[in-house]
Design a protein. Structure first.
Length: 290
């Protein structure tokens, strides 16, 4: 489980774009009292882990390792090598622990390969995908969550502004990561999974599959039996957002019993992102991310 609980749809062209903020290299945008930036200290990472615990364990009933449960923190070994994107509400009085309302975990390919690989590799066979693109740099998105009161368009907009600016800053060519359906019974999501399989399956040079021992069939309904409107309505909003950007979905779902989710792999080449989103977020966002 890596990407979950951004529960409102976003249509960027109808909303105010996050404002670039050139004063700090790790601040990627602001809307009102909210800003998105990278975590600057262990204390801020700890606060992000606490937010993740509140969402994944207290809300979604995930079961973490005993130390994580005792500490009330969603924490694993990847936290030490990832950058942590935050959404902060500066209107909240108190310490930084109280101000973090959303987070993403970002892992660049060069860092991943120097430290044992990507998190998603535990569920999906991504090595062939990487091998087919030796000239590209991949970036993994993971552990995304937003506190319930902040599941609004502006929060999601800021997270995407951060992802976009970060990818440009570091010269990334593609993003990928797990996206989650609630529950551990793929058949309960037959309409949505079948729609993804028939319409946006990653093929050719972008093909990627679930690990064979974990592979759950996504092709649960024939194409002619799928009502597109109902299928789109059945998709988690975050997955719909990825599809609008031009994302593809790997072949096969994976049941993650610890996090009580059914996961699919999202693959998003930077070059595939539609012009309207590039115009909205800014093709030269790196100018304030450097």
């Amino acid at each position: 489980m890596a990407i979950e609980l951004l529960n409102r749809e976003v249509t960027p062209e109808t909303n105010q774009a996050p404002a670039p903020t050139p004063d700090n290299g790790d601040v990627f945008g602001r809307i009102g009292t909210l800003e998105t930036r990278l975590a600057r200290s262990e204390r801020e990472i700890d606060a992000a882990q606490a937010v993740r615990y509140r969402v994944f364990v207290e809300e979604m009933n995930a079961t973490l390792n005993p130390d994580a449960m005792r500490l009330h923190r969603d924490i694993d070994a990847y936290d030490a090598i990832c950058d942590h994107l935050l959404v902060i509400d500066n209107a909240i009085e108190g310490d930084i622990e109280d101000q973090i309302v959303g987070t993403y975990r970002l892992l660049r390919q060069e860092v991943a390969l120097a430290n044992g690989g990507f998190y998603s590799a535990s569920e999906f066979d991504i090595e062939p995908l990487l091998a087919r693109h030796p000239d590209k740099q991949f970036m993994e998105l993971g552990r995304s969550c937003v506190l319930p009161d902040y599941r609004t368009k502006r929060t999601v907009e800021l997270l995407w502004q951060g992802n976009w600016a970060y990818s440009l800053k570091h010269g990334m060519n593609a993003m990928f990561g797990c996206a989650s359906f609630p529950g551990v019974v793929p058949e309960e999501h037959a309409l949505a999974l079948s729609f993804l399989y028939h319409t946006v399956l990653a093929k050719g040079e972008w093909a990627v599959s679930a690990r064979p021992e974990l592979h759950q069939e996504m092709n649960l309904m024939p194409l002619e039996g799928i009502n597109t409107r109902k299928a789109l309505s059945a998709l988690p909003p975050l997955i719909k957002g990825y599809l609008r950007l031009g994302a593809m979905i790997g072949d096969g779902a994976v049941v993650d019993r610890a996090f009580n989710t059914t996961d699919v792999l999202v693959v998003l080449p930077i070059a595939a992102i539609s012009d309207r989103y590039i115009n909205y977020y800014g093709a030269d966002a790196g100018r304030f991310a450097s």
